[in-house]
Ligand binder design. Sequence first.
Ligand code: PLP
Length: 357
Amino acid sequence: MSETSPRLRAELEGIPTYKPGKPAAAGGPVAYKLSSNENPYPPLPGVMQSVTSAAASFNRYPDMACTELTAELAERFGVPQAHVATGTGSVGVAQQLLQATSGPGDEVIYAWRSFEAYPIITRISGATPVQVPLTAGDVHDLDAMAAAITDRTRLVFVCNPNNPTGTVVRRAELERFLDRVPGDVLVVLDEAYREFIRDADVPDGVELYRDRPNVCVLRTFSKAYGLAGLRVGFAIAHEPVAAALRKTAVPFGVSQLAQDAAVASLRAEDELLGRVGALVGERTRVVDTLRSQGWTVPETQANFVWLRLGERTVDFAAACEQAGVVVRPFAGEGVRVTIGEVGANDIFLKVAEGHRG
Ligand SMILES: *Cc1c(COP(=O)(O)O)cnc(C)c1O
């Protein structure tokens, strides 16, 4: 037997493995998972029905072109079908965007702290991550991000609202930023939480992309639409970018179950967006209560809140877990807490009350 092991790419060394939100502990009296920004509502009966029907044919490959879903999305957003590209969650699509644009020697810019998948998928591509710190108010520093662009920059992520802080960038500042980005640099507007936004000054990326060929909008069915476990997301982008996404897609990546559930979800959009409305109501209640307890909470437009706890982060997360809710700690920085069921939010608020007055 050989003593050597297969040669792996040097880029993989030191790349952290994506850390999923911890599951709720089994067996406890109450255990709610508020650690992955999932939708707490169970699947709608009609969506469930579409999935069980599709399951009867899972001996077959899915429709590789996602024809029906692509047509529905094009119609829903008023864009050409050629501008829609689907993938295995929007993280899957983001990884394809990196494959299509970036490699060793190239630079990829994103805010930090932001979505933890960005450094992982950037480093896997071989490109160099350029992390631009959030402002003191936990918002994207778009001026600093524009200033960080060099002739090596290939892609810039703007996460709006930002995960894990929930903060947004608004129309005027985002347009000013886009005007400064060279046309050969792809700007990816990651709008995973778009449906939770209630601030009218936050622009819809789909409007911004129309006359900007270097803007790509990422959306997902995982959050507002409640299909996190089925893995389907999509991009809206002009033809060269959308075509590159079709080239870099894993063949048959999006299952027929996911495609059919996504189509059924678009058709049940009113009901699903009603649930989003209820979660937004809970978000208001949670934020107001935290502030009345004396916490400083950045304004969130997503389905989670951010508490900057610094050194107390890990202890606070442990106290939450003991009380029956699992949250997402970022050691030394803060915790991200998903807005969940009313009972779960109540438990979190009670722990928060005990930790600050
Ligand atoms: C949850 C999330 C996604 C969505 O991931 P999927 O792969 O579609 O499940 C994308 N971007 C951000 C910032 C997220 O928080």
